[in-house]
Ligand binder design. Sequence first.
Ligand code: NAD
Length: 441
Amino acid sequence: MNIAVIGTGYVGLVSGICYAELGHRVLCVDNDEAKINILRTGGIPIYEPDLLELSIKNAAANRLEFTTDLAYATRHAELVIIAVGTPPLPSGEANMAYIESAAREIGLSMNGYKVICVKSTVPVGTNDRVRSLISGLYDGAFDIASLPEFLREGTAVRDTLYPDRIIIGTDSTAAAELLTDLHKPLTDQIIVTDIRSAEMIKYASNAFLATKISFINEIANICEKVGADVTEVAKGMGLDKRIGSSFLRAGIGYGGSCFPKDTKALIQIAGNVEYDFKLLKSVVEVNKHQRFSVIDKLQAALGDVLGRSICIWGLAFKPETDDVRDAPALEIIHRLIELGAKVQVYDPIAAGNFQAMYDHPAIGWCSTALEAASGCEALCLLTEWKEFAEVDLEQVRSVMIGTVLIDGRNVYDDLRVKAAGMNYYPVGRSAEPVQALKISK
Ligand code: NAD
């Protein structure tokens, strides 16, 4: 099949490359010339494990091309997939400008029957809007389908090639058949539904996962006060199949380009039909406060942070990505600087993106974890990169001038931290938990 994918961000690029890997001929389009140049010269503009190898392999097999020419790509495709960004407006609503502009360009380029798919996360009713924009510019036949994306940055290739499910929202049998055939090699779990339900499934899924995170973070905050250990609580809860263990890891809350924006967008979608989504509003509120628990713990440990040197490990919103959009580190570092602290930061991959988004003379940009810790009174771990989990804490302690370790992701074991001579502040568990009884059999 000839496929055009519009937008070569985290979603469009991964999807396009993976469709090529399935043997289809894919044209990936972006209006950012710099990105297309990187792709054409054998690179990738984002950090995503395994993606570069697959891109090179499929480009060499002549199944994958990159272009800024949306009209050319559309004309050559039977299936056109829109995967442009839907960033938040100040109101929380999704900004539809990129979707609408892509739809208009597609409408102007149509040269025969095609299926037009929206993979971007979009408010209910957007596919209908895309349909009307295209039919205003093209009077031939075409079909519309919603194809929401569920990949996670950091494991995006695996998630795309081995998805839990594929959701196809369409009112056209031809589109349903074409998209089912496309995804059949990936999974048996293909759900064909109406367009609006497909659009809602995406928001509802992200809102539910965000709710799980805020829920366990609230439990963690109570655990800290009553002397329980949230990691034990989560383990005990997660073994119940009705609950499940994923997304029950307490920490400093969710960030990234999806959960913060999609939860706020769903609150707005509900508000537009005069429904007050109280539960989701609380989820957002809890998450907003949770990231600042790092600062509360720093202040509890150090007193005032004015003039103190603080090390920050991790800038990306999660490990294995260079994405810093709405990363907790942005607000935490900004607040620390407001409070007069000096920060030394390190991230294995994301420092460049972070600096492009937020820079300040009070930030020291370091090229190793040890360099960032050097001379600091406290260390805050904000992203659970493997490199931080495996670090030699005694060596870290030896280059610091203080002993405070705030573990925003519950990466360490308190005994290991104590053995390194550091004072440990994890999330939702006391640094010295009550020892479990050992039952001899
Ligand atoms: P992104 O910002 O990384 O990429 C979007 C790309 O679209 C950019 O490269 C931009 O230059 C390009 N673009 C915008 N308008 C264009 C046009 N008219 N023609 C050609 N290119 C154009 O965004 P992303 O993270 O890939 O997300 C895309 C969509 O997928 C969003 O709606 C997002 O909510 C959703 N989504 C994202 C993820 C994720 O983990 N990033 C997961 C699931 C769903």
